[in-house]
Write a new protein. Sequence first.
Length: 609
Amino acid sequence: MCGIVGYIGDGNASDIIIEGLKKLEYRGYDSSGIAIYKNGKIEVHKYKGRIANLEAAVANEHFNSGVGIGHTRWATHGAPSDVNAHPHSNTDHSIAIVHNGIIENYVELREWLIREHGIVFVSETDTEVIAHLIGLYYDGDLVDAVYKAVDKMRGAYGIGVICSKEPDKLIAVRKDSPLVVGLGEGCNFIASDIPALLKHVRSIYLIENNETVVLTKNDVKIYNADRKEVKRDVFHVTWDEDAAEKDGYDHFMLKEIYEQPKGLYETLNRRLDENGMIKLDGISLTKEDLEKFNKVYIVACGTAYHAGLVGKYIIEKLAKIPVEIDVASEFRYRDPFVDDRTLFIAISQSGETLDTLAALREAKNKGARILSVCNVVGSSVARESDDVFYTWAGPEIAVASTKAFTTQLMCMYLIALYMGSTKGILDMDVYHRYIDELKQIPDKLKKVLEQAGNVMEIAKDFYKREQVFFIGRGLDSAISFEGSLKLKEISYINSFAIAAGELKHGTIALIEQGTMVIALATQDRLFEKMLSNIQEVKARGATVIGLAKEGNVDIEQQANKVIYIPDCMDEVTPLLSVVPLQLLSYNIAKLRGCDIDKPKNLAKSVTVE
Ligand code: AGP
């Protein structure tokens, strides 16, 4: 969580940094601040609330400075407040730092600094210890002081440091929190993520763990933990700044919902040859590899986990191999049975989710082969995997994940089809039927999006409810979980998803007159069973919105309102059925006046445990 930006050059550092922070607001947005070098001193300005507060507060400052660092925060230690906001400084305010991550031994370090060195702390943050450590070790050499401070720290950190006594330098360090360096002409940048830099540069260094970067306006040097200089290839960003803009839509979430046909088209077609065969390009999963695996483990968090639920279903069906699935935060603490015959699939949009990354490392240590499904090129998950199956969603900015989810689903189908066909256990007629169905999805999705008006009308009827249940069977159950997560995270409605057949084992006790139930009934072979489940909740007074394939009109007898998706093979419905649920959540949140792209308490990239 949190976003950092730093600049050194002849430009206006405060404007450049604030502009960059706005592009990172998705990483956290409860407070923000900047530290700017000016006339031999470092000035720090930091405020609780959105970056707009910071921007307004410094609008008339005229820093005229080309050196600074900035931060947008998602609170971990200490509530959002002016004093807990970053940057933090040492006692004489000669050093300022910004930090993304968590210092695990900060209590110990804080007590030591107070006891042995009489340091007085002003904030409740873990970060402040870093500023004091660097201050303590500073003896005319900032790089040396940073190395000594880092030696004492345990945890995850991407940090940016400036010092009034060495204003020609900006220093950054990375361990388990993302950090990139932007290479300009007569200026250089640091940031937690590429979009913060796109207005200025396309040439990037991706910084690795335990590396320290020393930036001056004309030079960037990267050093490893042993203080040896390391060389890095320049990464050239191919997508443009517009991809990270709203483009006339009211919210990034809505824009990203509408980008799904394109994302799915790209994710599918970049992997297909002219005969409809899946090409893996950079991925080296051979027939021998696949025959060696006796198990697949899928691990992810949140929405990505829901893509994994569909992945489990489809890989077991098409590739005939047992698939276990777990949320990453649970996987790593239960000594899972993983060995060198396990294919471990990590799914992550950002590629920086700490739980997923830690689970991946755990599986790697146990000998598993790591395949990740990732959206962000060069992210930690991507770099630490043996192979990466990229989603072609483009940058996803809204906290609520939409296009990353459907493109992750597409990857799951492709991986399952590849595994089944390469192992020779999937009939090739069946294979091609699936490919044909997948090829039709982008156009069918456009039809789903044409129903946005109908979904808005439904939202108007229900947006004041405070409790919603999602039910479904089979693949619909996985999408119920995703629909429910989407609704609760952006509208704050208490929503709950359950496999429809499970209702009668307890949860049905909560259904009463007027309870809202969203019933997914897109699976032909389970359709009648779902109609019975709808009847059960209706009999107890529920108001039901049904979701079914076109043609399955019987649902109109049971449900109060129905949303249809185009007819398709049962197995590929998740690619379509989730989209009306995304639109429903979006519209409900909008009618409730919620801050859709930046829901409370959340951040896009969850880099804490
Ligand atoms: C989705 O809407 C969420 N905000 C969240 O559940 C997200 O999917 C999860 O944190 C995983 O993120 P990742 O895909 O970047 O790893």
